[in-house]
Design a protein around this ligand. Structure first.
Ligand SMILES: *Cc1c(COP(=O)(O)O)cnc(C)c1O
Length: 471
């Protein structure tokens, strides 16, 4: 790490004006990009003045920040409610024209031919796996650094998840570790653009092609993120999105499958509507089911909410990118703080989360747990993020099921050896020791907000020895 021989005094000198900046910049609050309302929690009070000499809030000092963060999701009655009320008053609540309009607009936003709205991201992945014929007996490559919603659908189709370790600098699946995990059973790979940072598709796609693997992008956190100006989710055979409440496009619940492959999308449509022929409207009885289907339809009022949120998404994404880049520049030289890296061909990220690695050696050995507590006490909400998905009991529970025992040889289902085969030391380190996250709503604030985050981290760094007494 280049910052190990960094002089802390020099760093503090260069950054001692940030507190002043925090006092002077509330006027920036009016500078929101067009179409984006000021943060819901526009501070009623001015930011707290900042001094590095102040003791940590965890030890009773004055917190760096006493204001609220922008709330999520956003809802603006003036602009958002007209269409929603029309839908509710019409009584047409099951899938119809508004869902189709949302699909058209989502496809257009991504520059992809087709989009199908479904109930959530988990089921988007399940549908995509099923319609790309991933079945029991197959293996599917996944990163361990993700939400359970990536892996649960793999097991639900009867396939076996195989975990590929991550690149700790980017938090993404490590392309260099993929080929070693490919076996004659491997059918698919699910690159996850985790945290809203694009995975290395430039390296993953040729590997998939060489081994004839289906590529399903889990873009559930990566709305409008781009590689070489092409939206993630549109680069593989299928892309899956989530519109769950915390996501950058929030509907409460919801999801989408996108693809340029008409035949695949026709099948997905059919699958999401009981296997009825593609294009058949909902509620038609006795049409005859063509394929094995299920029911994953979005409602009209969900789509109306989605259309309202979609109007803001582009400007919000720009703001998150600007604030993330600024915050990264403010904290990257603090010893022991290693912010995310983006791959060279990333032209835009989504920043569902802002991640960095915390290296306690540079904080006098202060455990991550105490760092997180101290940062929260300063008014900066943060979390340690994911726990390793490759060792949890849900896997063994599935392996012991009747279907799995019929589909796989005993040796493949032995949990102890499965865990050994799927050991991912880089992921363990991120999950158990180093990762720290800020949520996307914080990136919808101002530069003064970002200054406060940086000041709080710097304050903890300065007082790490005192904080060591905390358990
Ligand atoms: C949210 C999420 C999912 C699942 O989406 P839901 O809409 O919650 O079902 C899958 N993968 C990732 C990476 C997610 O963040």
């Amino acid at each position: 790490m280049s910052s190990t021989n960094f002089s802390r005094r020099e760093f503090i000198r260069r950054h001692s004006l940030t507190g002043l900046g925090a006092v002077l910049t509330p006027s920036l609050l009016t500078g929101s990009p067009a179409g984006l309302p000021p943060p819901a929690a526009s501070p009623a009070t001015t930011p707290t003045s900042f001094s590095l000499a102040e003791s940590p809030a965890l030890l009773g000092g004055k917190p760096v920040r006493a204001r609220e963060w922008p709330t999520w999701p956003l809802w603006k009655p003036e602009s958002d409610e007209k269409q929603l009320l029309e839908v509710i008053r019409s009584g047409i609540w099951s899938r119809a024209g508004v869902v189709s309009e949302f699909e058209t607009q989502w496809a257009a936003a991504l520059g992809v031919k087709r989009s199908l709205a479904v109930v959530n991201g988990t089921n988007a992945i399940m549908a995509a796996l099923a319609q790309l014929d991933v079945r029991g007996g197959d293996e599917v490559l996944v990163p361990p650094y993700t939400f359970i919603g990536t892996v649960a659908p793999v097991l639900a189709t009867g396939a076996m998840p195989v975990f590929v370790d991550v690149d700790p600098e980017t938090f993404q699946i490590d392309p260099a570790k993929i080929e070693a995990k490919i076996t004659p059973r491997t059918r698919a790979i699910i690159p996850v653009h985790i945290l809203g940072l694009p995975a290395n598709m430039t390296q993953i796609l040729p590997i998939a092609k060489k081994h004839n693997l289906v590529v399903i992008e889990d873009a559930c956190q990566a709305h409008l993120a781009e590689i070489n100006h092409r939206k993630v989710g549109t680069l593989g055979h299928a892309g899956c999105f989530s519109f769950q409440n915390s996501k950058n496009l929030a509907i409460g619940e919801g999801g989408a499958i996108v693809s340029n492959d008409d035949a695949f999308m026709d099948r997905c449509f059919s699958y999401h509507n009981y296997g009825n022929p593609f294009g058949m409207v909902s509620g038609v009885i006795g049409a005859g089911s063509l394929i094995q289907g299920t029911k994953l339809r979005l409602t009209e009022y969900q789509a109306a909410i989605g259309l309202a949120q979609l109007k803001r998404l582009d400007a919000q994404t720009t703001l998150r990118n600007e604030n993330a880049e600024y915050l990264k520049s403010k904290i990257k030289d603090i010893p022991g703080i290693v912010p995310y890296k983006l791959y060279d061909d990333v032209t835009r990220a989504a920043f569902h989360l802002f991640p960095f690695r915390y290296q306690k050696e540079a904080f006098k050995g202060l455990p991550r747990e105490v760092f997180l507590k101290a940062l929260s006490a300063e008014g900066i909400p943060c979390s340690k993020g994911y726990a390793p998905l490759n060792t949890m009991p849900y896997l063994n529970d599935t392996f012991q099921s009747k279907n799995f025992r019929k589909m796989y040889p005993k040796t493949m289902l032995d949990f102890k050896s499965y865990v050994e085969r799927n050991h991912c030391p880089q992921n363990d380190r991120l999950c158990n020791e180093e990762a720290v996250w800020f949520t996307q709503n914080m990136l919808l604030g101002t530069r003064a907000d970002m200054d406060e985050i940086a000041n709080a981290i710097l304050k903890i760094h300065t007082h790490a020895d005192k904080l060591l007494t905390q358990k």
